[in-house]
Design a protein around this ligand. Structure first.
Ligand SMILES: NC(=O)c1ccc[n+]([C@@H]2O[C@H](COP(=O)([O-])OP(=O)(O)OC[C@H]3O[C@@H](n4cnc5c(N)ncnc54)[C@H](O)[C@@H]3O)[C@@H](O)[C@H]2O)c1
Length: 374
């Protein structure tokens, strides 16, 4: 198969969908890999490294879209790219269709096959191509929180791990899923006094078993959260209710109960945030202060560490890319239910129910586009 890797052109996106190592895996089994010039630069990979791995470098984004049967990307195509997508071309990337009718309409019009990272789903209902970014954001939340607790950054001026004779900072984590668990590991590793809350008792049992002794678990409820906020220095929002807006667990009035310089990192900002005063921010301008409480609400935290994020993402996507390249999307999706669930738009039709629901579009069963089983 001919695979194309364009440079990401969305504002501040430095990740790339394929590493030189991934290019090698594809080229050694006979696939042709075209990488746009400088596509890997933001993640620290040079054109020469791709060439040594068997890829060819093309000078423009137009040339990559023109040549490739399958485009592998990171972010959804933006308006400038809509016209480049060709009929019957396979696009394997994050789409988040339900948040953009314009994108949905443009991809329907293109006649392409859109396989979305975010809806590839395993039998246990986990989303293997979203997990790596939650791992990155969870770990980063503590790194950022520790930084903003410093006085010059408008924080309380407390060192997360303390020193001998001085108590460490107290970290409260709301939500014990992927983000929360990774945050807890990092905070515990730095020596903080950590509490992690969830509404799922089985999850708390598991976390109690696997996390170190300086992490305590606590059932999440408004009463319990309120009892802790005045004594904690860093609060991380990491809740998720699949398919819904995040519940508001920290209300505006609670800010006045917190110590001045407390830091709130709301990782759930992309689902509306679990802190009432959360507004999305960017890496250029990541924080703001309300009632002497510092808020960090960057919606694409992994974007700040493109080297790690690219490797984490491509570790997860490459096995699927290899399957798609080997069998073609029709056979690959017929053989693999996780991949089949990734199909969102196929040849002008919406085949993913929640995307159709979002814009009142007709939903066509995906099987219509797949070969009949024998
Ligand atoms: N800002 C970013 O850059 C970024 C990056 C990755 C993920 N995220 C977001 O982080 C959030 C968490 O993602 P995840 O992968 O950890 O999800 P997850 O499903 O693994 O975990 C969510 C956890 O929240 C718990 N929860 C639900 N309601 C709760 C409540 N009222 N109190 C306490 N816990 C509650 C659930 O039981 C679950 O354990 C999501 O909104 C995700 O979109 C943001």
């Amino acid at each position: 198969m001919i695979i194309g890797v364009p440079q990401e052109i969305k504002n501040n996106e430095n990740r790339v969908a394929l590493t030189p190592s991934g290019a090698k895996e594809l080229s050694k089994v006979g696939h042709t890999v075209y990488v746009q010039q400088n596509a890997g630069e933001g993640s620290g990979f040079t054109d020469i490294e791709y060439q040594e791995a068997g890829a060819e470098i093309l000078p423009t984004i137009e040339a990559v879209y023109e040549a490739a049967e399958m485009i592998v990307k990171v972010k959804e195509p933006i308006a400038q790219e809509y016209g480049l997508v060709r009929k019957d071309q396979l696009l394997f990337t994050y789409f988040h269709f339900a948040s953009s009718e314009a994108l949905t309409q443009a991809m329907m019009k293109s006649g392409a096959i859109c396989l979305a990272y975010e809806t590839v789903e395993l039998p246990d209902r986990s989303l293997p191509l979203l997990v790596p970014m939650s791992e990155v954001a969870g770990r980063m939340s503590i790194q950022e929180g520790a930084k903003y607790l410093e006085k010059p950054m408008q924080g309380r001026g407390i060192l997360l791990g303390g020193v001998p004779g001085v108590r460490p900072a107290k970290v409260l984590i709301l939500g014990g899923g992927i983000v929360g668990t990774n945050a807890a590991k990092m905070a515990a590793g730095l020596g903080a006094d950590v509490t992690i809350m969830d509404i799922n008792l089985n999850r708390l049992r598991y976390l109690d078993d696997v996390l170190p002794a300086n992490v305590n678990t606590f059932m999440s409820s408004e009463y319990n959260i309120r009892s802790l906020i005045s004594s904690h220095d860093l609060i991380v929002g990491a809740v998720l209710i699949p398919g819904a807006k995040a519940p508001k667990l920290i209300s505006r009035d609670m800010l006045r109960e917190m110590k001045p310089g407390t830091v709130l990192v709301d990782v759930a900002v992309d689902q509306g945030g679990c802190i009432e005063t959360c507004e999305p921010t960017t890496h250029e301008n990541p924080t703001y202060v309300i009632d002497n409480v510092l808020h960090y609400c960057v919606a694409n935290m992994p974007g700040a560490v493109p080297y790690t994020s690219t490797l984490a993402l491509t570790n997860a996507t490459l096995p699927y890319t290899l399957q798609l390249a080997k069998h073609g999307w029709e056979q690959a999706c017929q053989q693999s239910n996780p991949l089949k669930l990734g199909l969102n738009v196929v040849r002008g039709e919406v085949v993913y129910q929640s995307v159709a629901n979002a814009f009142n579009l007709p939903h066509v069963p995906v099987e219509k586009h797949l070969p009949q089983s024998v």
